[in-house]
Design a protein around this ligand. Structure first.
Ligand code: PLP
Length: 394
């Protein structure tokens, strides 16, 4: 069928009419268990009543005024974000890429403040930071770069989870002003570094006066079993980006700052028309309320353990499975060969999953998933992978 849309996505042949909790319903009435949450966005599941109510009430009052005026809901949201993160300042925007753009601009400002004309940022192989020109340049994936060269310069790439490589570069290159890193690689295949990795990066940044900039766009807001993934390591970054789950589907992002990054932006140095408008802030405030009231980060930890244990039991002995790993409700089943066909096979069986990095089944179910729903998800996925292993789809 000819589409009116530019062909940027290979879309699956299904469209959904509505959702409820972890379930999505297609236009024929068929129900699907959503183990992807719109790529880590709908942490509270679909059609969450409190988010719906907040958006509807706000839409009837005021959608947008612009950042030329004071927006009380924005002040309130900023304060709530600082309270849960222990950061010191918030800039509100519309997406993950935009939050990361702010982060990259902060690294440049920090460099200039230190007298570095052409500041460099250390980034990671396999990282994903977005699709704008600067964020795709920071991304460690050649496919994302292809066709868009020349890239934004002065990102230097090192292997992920290798703190030694960062230490060497930071010591050797006086132009480095920041380290930009995901606490767990998301698009890169749900790679979970050793527990000491982020702490080692914090120490290197402190030693050399660099900004530690964490991209928590995918890992933030309860996904990994803590409010923010870096809290597993008990440290504070200088800059942190958030988006995805912040609005449960209403587009909103945030760039939070602390320490040496607090006063880098000044009036006129950064901006956005829509960022932090009353509608988006009302959604995000409702999301934070629910996360807090229902202690969803802890729920993610509990349901994540249940899911990983169930998958390990259900997939035991299958030689196509390299590893089942996860942190909270950010999980991966890594295969020994490419497995992208599993996505459409799962869809046929009423299950929404994602495959990333060619051979990693990525699971990001809503944080509100129940014990019984985790059992359903485990059973459906294990049976699918067992059939795939037995060659049932050839
Ligand atoms: N950073 C990370 C870690 C992501 O996973 C993503 C999206 O997948 C982004 C940034 C980009 O976010 P957005 O698509 O909202 O621009």
């Amino acid at each position: 069928m000819h589409s009116s849309l530019i062909n940027t996505y290979k879309r699956l042949p299904v469209s959904f009419s509505h959702g409820e909790g972890v379930w999505l319903v297609d236009d024929t009435g068929r129900r699907y268990l959503d183990a992807l949450s719109g790529i880590a966005v709908c942490g509270l599941g679909h059609a969450h009543p409190q988010v719906t109510r907040a958006i509807c009430e706000q839409a009837g009052r005021l959608l947008h005024t612009s950042n030329l005026y004071t927006i009380p809901l924005q002040e309130e949201l900023g304060a709530r974000l600082l309270e849960v993160s222990a950061m010191q300042g918030a800039f509100l925007c519309n997406s993950g890429a935009e939050a990361n753009e702010a982060m990259i601009k902060l690294a440049r400002l920090h460099g200039h403040r230190k007298g570095i004309d052409e500041a460099r940022i250390i980034v990671m192989q396999g990282a994903f930071h977005g699709r704008t020109l600067a964020t795709l340049s920071a991304t460690g994936n050649a496919k994302v770069h292809q066709g868009f060269e020349p890239l934004v310069p002065d990102f230097i790439r090192v292997p992920y989870a290798d703190a030694e490589a960062v230490a060497r570069l930071a010591a050797d290159d006086e132009r480095v002003s920041a380290v930009m890193v995901e606490p767990v690689l998301g698009e890169g295949g749900v790679i979970i570094p050793d527990p000491g990795y982020l702490a080692a990066l914090r120490e290197i940044c402190d030693r050399h006066g660099l900004l530690l900039m964490l991209d928590e766009v995918q890992t933030g807001l309860g996904r990994t079993g803590r409010w923010f993934a870096h809290q597993h390591a008990a440290l504070l970054p200088d800059v942190m980006s958030l988006a995805k789950a912040l609005g449960n589907g209403v587009p909103i992002g945030a760039c939070l700052v602390a320490g040496q990054a607090v006063d880098l932006f000044t009036p006129g140095s950064h901006g956005t028309t829509f960022g932090g408008n009353p509608l988006a802030c009302s959604a995000a405030l409702a999301v934070l309320d629910c996360l807090q009231r229902e202690d969803l980060p802890t729920q993610a930890q509990i349901r994540g353990s249940q899911l990983i244990d169930g998958l390990r039991r259900g997939l035991a002995g299958l030689n196509c499975v390299r590893e089942v790993r996860g942190l909270g409700l950010m999980l991966a089943v890594e295969m020994d060969h490419p497995c992208s066909e599993l996505v459409s096979r799962a869809l046929e069986q009423g299950l929404l999953i994602n495959v990333t990095a060619d051979r990693v089944v990525r699971l990001l179910p809503p944080l509100i998933i129940s014990e019984a729903e985790v059992e359903t998800l485990t059973a459906r996925l294990c049976s699918l992978i067992r059939d795939w292993n037995a060659g049932a789809f050839e």
